[in-house]
Design a protein around this ligand. Structure first.
Ligand SMILES: C[S@@+](CC[C@H](N)C(=O)[O-])C[C@H]1O[C@@H](n2cnc3c(N)ncnc32)[C@H](O)[C@@H]1O
Length: 401
C-alpha cells in the first residue's frame, strides 16, 4: 500500500468539507474505521498521553457547562453580525473572571469546540451548541465528570480493602470516596444538580437510539391481559417514564394498564401522558401491583450487587401471578472481547454500587436465587454497541432457553 497516497486522500477529504453530508450510518462506520486506523498508527507513548489527559479535556468542557458559557456563546454569536464573540462580553454574561473565561475558551479550541480568531475573539463550531444547558449532553458532561471523583479513588480503595472485588453496597468505592454510608442514590437525592444530570442521561435519546426492546421481544405474542383494568406492564425503577411512553406510542391498542414506579423525587419529575400511572415505590418494599402481566426493569439490577438484586426480584416474585413474567432489560456481558463502553459501564457499576454488568450465566443464577427461572433470552439481530438483551424470568421452566 502507498502510505503517502493514503495520507493525501485523507487530507483531501478532510479539507474539502465533504463529510458534512454523509448519512449517519456511514458516518459511524467511517468513524469506527478511523479509530481502528488510529489505533494501529499510535505509539504506546501517544496512546498513553492521550488517555492520561482525557480527564483534563472533559473537565474543561464541564467548567464551561457549569458556567453556562456555551449558552452565552451561542446567544452572543446569534446576535453578532460576523458570528464572533468576545471574551470580555462573555465573562460579564457568566459573571466570571475574564482571564479564566479566556483560558477555558482557549482549551475548548484545542477540542474543536470553538474556533479562535484573535486573542479574544472566537466563533462557534458544529460542536458548540451540543453543550448548551437545554441539551441532554450537558447533563452527560456533569454526570460523567462527577463520576471521575469516585473512580479516581479506586486505587486507594483497593489498597485499603486488600484488592478484593467489591460486592457489598455498604462498602462501595463510592461510599469510601465520600466517607459516608449514603450510597449513590441516597447522595444524589440531596444534590438536585447531579440528580437532574443523572435523570437527564437516563431519559436521553442516546440510551434509546439503538433498537427498542420492543423490536426484538415479541410483545404482542407474550404480553396479553384479559381486561383493560388488568396491569400489562409495571416499569420498576422506570425513571422519568420514557420507556413506557414509547411503549404506549408503539402499541396504542394493546389492552392493559401501564404503571411507572420510582422513588418520590424521580417519579415526581416523570414526563408521562395520562395513560401512564406514576406510583412512588421503593422496590425493596412489598410490590403493590399484584399479578401484573410483566414487571420490566431496565438497567436497574446492574446498580445492585447480588444480595440486593435478589431482594428486588424477590419482592416482584411475591407479587407475580403464575403467568406473570419479569423482563430484565440489561447488557449481557460477553465472556471475551467486551466492547469498551461495556467495560466502562462495568467499572462505573463497581465504583458507584459495588455491582457489575452480568453475563447471561450470571443473570440466570440471579433469577434462580430469587426463586425464578430463566425462560427467555432475547437480543437484537447482529451486534449492537450496547449489548442490550431482555432476560425473561418466570415460574415456568424452559429447557431450551
Ligand atoms: C439506572 S436508572 C434506570 C432508569 C430507567 N429504568 C431507565 O432505564 O432509564 C435506575 C433507577 O432506579 C431508581 N431507584 C434507585 N433506587 C430505587 C429504589 N429503592 N426504589 C425504586 N427505584 C429506585 C432510580 O431512581 C433510577 O431511576
Amino acid at each position: 500500500m502507498d502510505i503517502s497516497q493514503l495520507i493525501e486522500s485523507i487530507n483531501q477529504v478532510t479539507s474539502s468539507g465533504k463529510l458534512e453530508n454523509v448519512d449517519p450510518q456511514q458516518r459511524t462506520q467511517l468513524s469506527e474505521a478511523c479509530d481502528r486506523l488510529k489505533r494501529q498508527c499510535e505509539s504506546p507513548v501517544d496512546k498513553t498521553i492521550k488517555l492520561l489527559y482525557s480527564c483534563h479535556q472533559a473537565i474543561a468542557i464541564r467548567l464551561a457547562v457549569d458556567l453556562k458559557l456555551f449558552d452565552a456563546i451561542v446567544k452572543r454569536a446569534s446576535e453578532s453580525e460576523d458570528g464572533r464573540v468576545r471574551v470580555g462580553q462573555l465573562s460579564e454574561d457568566v459573571k466570571a473572571d475574564p482571564k479564566l473565561v479566556g483560558r477555558i475558551m482557549k482549551f475548548l479550541v484545542t477540542l474543536d469546540i470553538l474556533e479562535q480568531h484573535t486573542s479574544d475573539t472566537y466563533s462557534t463550531t458544529r460542536f458548540t451548541e451540543t453543550y448548551v444547558s437545554t441539551s441532554w449532553m450537558s447533563g452527560a458532561v456533569i454526570f460523567f465528570t462527577h463520576m471521575f471523583l469516585f473512580v479516581a479513588k479506586l486505587p486507594e480503595y483497593f489498597e485499603a480493602k486488600g484488592w478484593k472485588n467489591p460486592d457489598d453496597i455498604e462498602d462501595s468505592p463510592f461510599n469510601f470516596a465520600l466517607g459516608s454510608k449514603t450510597g449513590y442514590f441516597g447522595y444524589m437525592s440531596s444534590k438536585p444538580y447531579y440528580q437532574n444530570a443523572f435523570d437527564t442521561v437516563m431519559a436521553s435519546p442516546y440510551r434509546r437510539d439503538e433498537k427498542s426492546w420492543t423490536d426484538f421481544f415479541p410483545v404482542e405474542e407474550k404480553l396479553r391481559v384479559q381486561s383493560p383494568s388488568d396491569v400489562l406492564l409495571v416499569d420498576v425503577g422506570g425513571g422519568r417514564g420514557k420507556d413506557l411512553l414509547s411503549f404506549r406510542e408503539r402499541f396504542p391498542n394493546l389492552q392493559g394498564r401501564l404503571v411507572l414506579q420510582d422513588l418520590s423525587h424521580v417519579a415526581e419529575t416523570a414526563e408521562i401522558s395520562s395513560e401512564i400511572e406514576a406510583q412512588v415505590h421503593n422496590f425493596f418494599d412489598e410490590q403493590p401491583v399484584k399479578g401484573a402481566k410483566a414487571y420490566y426493569l431496565r438497567t436497574v439490577l446492574h446498580d445492585w450487587p447480588d444480595k440486593q438484586a435478589v431482594e428486588i426480584l424477590s419482592r416482584i416474585r411475591e407479587a407475580m401471578a403464575p403467568d406473570s413474567v419479569v423482563l430484565i432489560h440489561e447488557k449481557a456481558m460477553p465472556e471475551t472481547n467486551i466492547p469498551w463502553m461495556a467495560a466502562i459501564g462495568d467499572m462505573t457499576m463497581m465504583t458507584a454500587f459495588s455491582a457489575a454488568e452480568r453475563t447471561k450465566n450470571e443473570w440466570e443464577i440471579l433469577l434462580n436465587k430469587a426463586g425464578l427461572n430463566l425462560t427467555g433470552f432475547w437480543k437484537p439481530d447482529g451486534t449492537t454497541a450496547q449489548q442490550q438483551v431482555i432476560i425473561e424470568g418466570s415460574f415456568h421452566s424452559c429447557k431450551d432457553c
